[in-house]
Design a protein around this ligand. Structure first.
Ligand code: PNS
Length: 159
């Protein structure tokens, strides 16, 4: 079975993430979306909430599994029989950081990284920007899946 991991914070999942996950699901037997448990980083949604949202919005892809991990991504790969990571590349600004992680992951554990170019519709999109715009009352519909939009509005209304 050819399995690939799509790792990230997904705080929250955007339509850009979903585009990469759906396209990867057409190329691999299984796509494992792995949410990083990062206790030091302040997040808007808990890991459980992020997993719930990802599960809901990827339900149409039969071969996508949502998981969580802490520690090194290469250790998660080894524990789950995964030899490749798939990442979306939005622009040249992503490249340096992604290249560094890809090369380090390969050096540590021979884990390969495959880059998929983002759909140009979403090349400007990031979870941080979505949160910032939504926090100040901007319209982020069309940038995140509808179930995420309603959760985002509810969470920001609580603040
Ligand atoms: O969505 P993000 O925050 O850009 O995702 C970054 C992520 C989770 C892919 C990256 O930080 C990661 O792999 N973290 C796990 C820790 C790790 O393996 N660090 C060494 C990378 S070479």
């Amino acid at each position: 079975m050819h399995r690939v991991v799509c790792p990230g914070s997904f705080d929250p999942v955007t339509n850009g993430h979903l585009d990469i996950i759906s396209r990867a699901s057409g190329l691999y037997d299984e796509v494992v979306v792995a949410v990083l448990i990062n206790v030091t980083k302040h997040s808007l949604f808990t890991v459980d909430e992020r997993v719930e949202m990802l599960t809901e919005v990827t339900a149409h892809c039969g071969n996508v599994k949502i998981d969580r991990f802490h520690g090194l991504l290469v250790d998660f790969c080894a524990a789950n029989g995964i030899s490749a990571v798939i990442k979306g590349l939005r622009a040249v600004t992503d490249f340096e950081y992604e290249m560094q992680m890809a090369q380090m992951n390969y050096r540590m554990a021979k884990v390969e990284t495959l880059f998929m170019t983002t759909n140009p519709l979403y090349s400007f999109l990031s979870s941080s920007l979505v949160k910032e715009i939504a926090r100040y009352g901007g319209d982020v519909s069309g940038l995140v899946p509808d179930p995420v939009l309603s959760r985002l509005r509810a969470r920001l209304a609580e603040e």
